[in-house]
Design a protein around this ligand. Structure first.
Ligand code: NAD
Length: 489
């Protein structure tokens, strides 16, 4: 059977393009070839941005939010009708277990179109502001939101369809047009969106997909293109900084959702079982490749042994395996390249003097899976707070656990990071939990839970975890311009 091509989607058509360059898309489950991706060169990126620019002037640009909402709801329906194709594409690229992909990633991606369409429908312009004029009479000032224009959307590989639609849905709900550059590691599911857009009746050019890498390839070409009005990016902090520099040349607005090294604070008065399960989920879900996941765990000393034992049991209870095996609860890392990075941290941890509580290597896998990017869920303790393993984002099923004696000490250690994306606090003392949450420097803080993500709430990070907020009405701030129309009466 020949390997399917993964094409660019420009102005309503799938195209190989003219760059003549292709690259391989491999499954991290067993390293088999699952697609040949056609890389977009300068001509394709230019064609995509031009199509997006022209689409703003066409029927799409004349639609009101009710008309756009109807189309976006249709997009959501079609994703669900075609869910088997999306699930297969997502699993081929990421190796995630079937259950979470079918029940989580795909329906959530469809939902984002519904939710953001509704947020835009609920949006009401504020009352006009009345300005008295010096020589009598008055003027009325009306605030009007208009689309920002062509949005470049650059996505990571950890949750390919969710991350793309999290940006695509509000951008479209606000009336923009979009050029998406999915991660080179996971190009397949986003590519399928082209077909869905056409079937839903979204006009050609409104959504375009170009494939390639970052620097010197489609990603950078897109950010630097003069026809792009704003850039929304999710990925590593270093890439975000490079993108911001490129965008600054033309003063393009940027929204940056970047890395994290998120803490969980476990107090002795927590519900221990729930805290163990919640922390295990936050450290190991999606093989630890969730930007909001926990990589640093601070535990009050009196419950440290019991907590660590419980977390160890959770880690050791995870079953790596084929995504289609019902017993599988742990997929591989996203690529062999990412596993190489993870394994250097395994080594570094030992060199830095960590005690390995569990894991620390590559699991034994059956022969058909042995070439995949598998790692053992790993828990370390005993490292100083200054060590690389405690300070740097690893992005895998790994965490470091550290005891603490006092609330202030725990808060200080949690805040001792250059990131600030998320944090979790586990305590049954509501007053204490609130006090601690108020002092943590992070964009999203959960108390006695993890990953409860209402799409209407603000999302983004402090410090090197990002710039700006998306989610709910905050997405409207990024995806629209506001003009003031002053009418003399
Ligand atoms: P990455 O930065 O390597 O790549 C992300 C995307 O950016 C890819 O499509 C890549 O091709 C492109 N890219 C890279 N450099 C570029 C450049 N200079 N110009 C234009 N495009 C460029 O990130 P990744 O490894 O794919 O994803 C993992 C990272 O994403 C982790 O750091 C994780 O924390 C972060 N992440 C953050 C969030 C969040 O919401 N804050 C969510 C998911 C993932």
């Amino acid at each position: 059977m020949s390997t399917p091509p993964i094409l660019n989607f420009i102005d309503g058509h799938y195209t190989e393009g003219t760059s003549g360059r292709t690259f391989e898309d491999r499954s991290p489950v067993d390293n088999r070839l699952v697609g040949i991706v056609h890389e977009a060169g300068p001509a394709e990126v230019d064609a995509a941005v031009t199509a997006a620019k022209q689409a703003l002037e066409g029927p799409w640009g004349r639609m009101n939010s009710t008309e756009r909402a109807a189309l976006l709801n249709r997009v959501a329906d079609l994703i669900m009708e075609q869910k088997d194709a999306f699930i297969a594409a997502e699993i081929n690229d990421t190796g995630k277990p079937y259950g979470p992909t079918a029940q989580g990633e795909i329906p959530r991606s469809a939902d984002q179109f519904r939710v953001f369409a509704q947020i835009m429908l609920d949006e009401r312009a504020p009352e006009p502001i009345e300005t008295p004029l010096p020589r009598g009479g008055r003027a009325l000032n009306y605030e009007k939101r208009v689309p920002k224009g062509v949005i470049a959307t650059i996505c990571p590989w950890n949750l390919p369809l969710i991350m793309a639609t999290w940006k695509l849905a509000p951008a479209l709900a606000c009336g923009n047009t979009v050029v998406i550059k999915p991660s080179e590691e996971t190009p397949a599911s986003v590519t399928l969106l082209g077909k869905v857009m056409n079937e839903a009746g979204i006009p050609p050019g409104v959504v375009n997909v170009v494939h390639g890498f970052g620097v010197g390839s489609a990603g950078q070409l897109l950010v630097q293109h003069k026809g792009v009005d704003a850039v929304t990016f999710t990925g590593e902090t270093g890439s975000g900084a490079a993108i911001m520099q490129d965008a600054a040349r033309d003063l393009k607005d940027v929204s940056l959702e970047l890395g994290g090294k998120n803490p969980a604070l476990i107090f002795a008065d927590c519900d221990l079982e729930k805290a163990i399960q919640g922390t295990a989920m936050s450290a190991f879900h999606n093989c630890g490749q969730v930007c909001l996941g926990t990589e640093r765990v601070y535990v009050e000393r009196s419950i440290f042994p019991a907590f660590v034992e419980g977390l160890k049991q959770q880690a050791e209870g995870l079953r790596p395996g084929s995504p289609f095996d019902k017993e599988t609860t742990l997929g591989p890392l996203s690529s062999l390249k990412h596993r190489d990075k993870a394994l250097t941290y395994m080594q570094k941890a030992v060199e830095e003097g960590a005690e390995v509580i569990t894991g620390g290597g590559v699991p034994e896998m059956p022969s058909e899976l042995v070439d995949g990017a598998w790692v053992q869920p790993t828990i370390w303790t005993g490292l100083p707070e200054t060590s690389a393993v405690v300070q740097e984002e690893i992005f895998g099923p790994f965490c470091h656990v550290q005891p603490f004696d006092a609330e202030d000490e725990a808060i200080a250690m949690a805040n001792n990071t250059e990131y600030g994306l998320a944090a979790a606090v586990w305590s049954q003392d509501k007053e204490k939990a609130g006090r601690v949450a108020n002092q943590l420097k992070a964009g999203v803080i959960w108390v006695n839970g993890w990953m409860i993500r209402d799409l209407r709430t603000p999302f983004g990070g402090f410090n090197k975890s990002g710039i700006g907020r998306e989610g709910g009405r905050h997405s409207l701030e990024f995806y629209t311009e506001i003009k003031n129309i002053c009418v003399v009466q």
